[in-house]
Write a protein that binds this ligand. Structure first.
Ligand SMILES: [Zn+2]
Length: 105
């Protein structure tokens, strides 16, 4: 596994966490509005905590395995090919290691 693959996996997990927890917050709020059960309120709080956790993972989870600096707050895309205006990051912005090197040499 390359460094790029690992960083991309962390970003994907964070984005899927954003989507799932936001949908769960919306569903819990709607169910609480309709039924007024306390369980829906607690589920909404749990989903809100998951949303905060996924945001924290996206911002602070993608770190360079060599220098441990945070790359997740500086770039959102670790793919190999350009997509729209997003260009691929080729090197770590802090230590200069190529993202195509193996994660564990
Ligand atoms: Zn680095």
């Amino acid at each position: 596994m390359r460094i790029r693959d690992r960083l991309g996996r962390i970003k994907r997990i964070a984005v899927y966490g954003h989507i799932a927890s936001f949908l769960l917050v919306a569903a819990a709020a709607f169910a609480w509005f309709v039924t007024a059960h306390d369980a829906c309120l607690y589920l909404g709080f749990f989903a809100m905590a998951c949303l905060v956790g996924s945001v924290a993972l996206g911002k602070h989870g993608a770190r360079c395995p060599r220098c441990r600096h945070n790359l997740g707050s500086l770039t959102q895309y670790f793919g190999e090919k350009p997509v729209l205006l997003l260009r691929p990051v080729r090197f770590c912005l802090f230590c200069g290691v190529s993202l195509d090197e193996p994660h564990r040499p």
